[in-house]
Write a protein that binds this ligand. Structure first.
Ligand code: UT7
Length: 315
């Protein structure tokens, strides 16, 4: 089986920064509560930007970073809980805006916060089957549209943004060996769809999701490690879905992962769902914290309830 490696990364976040201080003037909360319970200091929220704007800019940056021409892209998947329109899919408008080839699959994929990992796995399968060389994977969310700004249990947690990667597929590359799973559940985290009577807001039983994450992240990590026949020490970097700094702290403590091997940017962006992992990947690459040959273990989890992990190498 052919495998993929990460060749380029990019990101785009909206300009408007909403601080904890500003939020505490709208709902009964405080900077102290948000920071100590979640690690979030601020989040970026769209004012004039659309979902499409974020997708296009993140994808353009990733293609530029990869040093390839858009005409070489062989798959285009946008992981998202929803773009500006249900139809056309965000990926179809990316095809148009970036001038990607016509004869490639372009579609959106919703697996909540596990969306980016699901899209990465799907891209590896599609490229392997089609013989095309490069795939574009974007994680993009405008969650500020679907949070209830009067519900302090959720509105302080989420943010908007997009992260993108260009992957290269070759016969001699090892597979990312993705592990994906789901425990169907609509009680812990949900967002009603169009046409339903309930208000279209995210609702979450935070403590239950926290327990789910603390159980599933280690289990997922261990499955990825065993699939790749390697240990925690063999991994250069750990990239966790940025939902709560305390979840990451518990996991790194359990596996004694040293500080220089993981990264938290939840303080700046909040939880950006499917964008959170590619946002981290883009910052790591830009800062030179990962270079050619670095191997990163990615772990995501979220609504569904879903989880996923993979071991990716940078070119
Ligand atoms: O990406 C998708 C996955 N999502 C997650 O992974 C989220 C996982 N869960 C969490 O991150 C945490 O459970 C939260 C940050 C959501 C909540 O933290 P917690 O320590 O589990 O708090 P809690 O829900 O048990 O609530 C504790 C108290 C409650 O008050 P009472 O009932 O004890 O009086 C809440 O009403 O904190 C209150 N509270 C707040 N207080 C101030 C909840 N939200 C706020 C707030 N400001 N924003």
């Amino acid at each position: 089986m052919k495998g993929i490696k990460i060749r380029g990364t990019g990101r785009c976040v909206p300009q408007k920064v909403l601080s904890n201080e500003e939020l505490s003037r709208c709902v009964e909360t405080s900077d102290e509560w948000i920071l100590s319970r979640t690690g979030i200091r601020q989040r970026h929220v769209c004012t004039t930007e659309s979902h499409r704007d974020l997708c296009v800019q993140a994808a353009q940056a990733a293609i530029l970073d990869a040093g390839i021409d858009a005409s070489g892209i062989g798959t285009c998947i946008v992981a998202t809980i929803g773009g500006d329109t249900l139809v056309p899919a965000a990926a179809c408008m990316l095809q148009k805006e970036l001038g990607l080839p016509n004869d490639i699959p372009c579609f959106d994929l919703n697996a909540a916060c596990t969306g980016f990992l699901s899209a990465l796995h799907t891209t590896e399968c599609l490229l392997g089957a089609s013989g095309k060389k490069y795939g574009l994977v974007v994680g993009c969310e405008v969650l500020s549209r679907v949070v209830d700004w009067e519900d302090r249990n959720t509105c302080v947690l989420f943010g908007d943004g997009a992260g993108a990667v260009v992957v290269e597929c070759r016969e001699e590359f090892p597979s990312i060996g993705a592990v994906l799973g789901c425990r169907g559940d609509d009680t812990l985290l949900s967002l009603p769809g169009a046409g339903t009577k309930s208000p279209q807001h995210i609702s979450m039983e935070g403590a239950g999701v926290f327990r789910f994450a603390v159980e599933m992240v280690p289990r997922c990590m261990e499955r990825v490690l065993s699939k790749h026949r390697c240990t925690v020490e063999d991994v250069d970097f750990f990239v966790f879905h940025q939902a709560n700094a305390r979840i990451i702290d518990l996991v790194v403590h359990k596996y004694r992962i040293p500080q220089e091997k993981y990264y938290k940017n939840i303080g700046e962006y909040g939880n950006t769902s499917s964008a959170s992992i590619p946002l981290v990947l883009s910052e790591l690459k830009e800062k030179g914290m990962v270079t050619g040959g670095s191997r990163a273990l990615l772990v995501g989890f979220g609504g569904g309830m879903t989880w996923g992990g993979a071991l990716v190498e940078f070119l």
